[in-house]
Design a protein. Sequence first.
Length: 181
Amino acid sequence: MKDALAIHRALLEWETVHEIVRLPVAMADADELPKALGLPAERCLVTRVYSCESVRRGPRFLTGVIVPAGRRPQPEAVRLAVGARTVRPAPADVVNAVTEYAAGLVCPLLLPDSMPLLIDHSLVEGLPADDVVYTATGEASTALGIRAASLYALCHAKPVDLPAPPATPSTPASGMRRVRT
């Protein structure tokens, strides 16, 4: 399995300034980074992995999508961006086997060349290039801190518009009465 040390060694080889941060608490998935680091979600990036079926009935393939922690892109936007017929979240065992990262803690670096990688266009445009962003390392107790421009350049992700799914209207809790005014 890939881990913080593998990422650190690769970044040293690429002569890229970075920091491996020891987290105060272990996390189950990368969506917990903002809470663990005390940072806004826009500075904590998650790589979501999707299983895609080719339009031409070819083999299935995986694609990664980089979004802020806590957000999920609309599957239709991912499907259109990679030219797939269907897109759905990849099973954890498949993510583990193909990426060599623990599912839910996938780093956008060192992914297989065969795996297309997308990034939410608003991240590329919205964060100053020198701002530090944080992402998972495949380990529950560490995070990677790296300049946004460096991460974008090294991961070779394609910027695309990936709007979040529309919020579902909330309904009053059962047993609650509406009060007329």
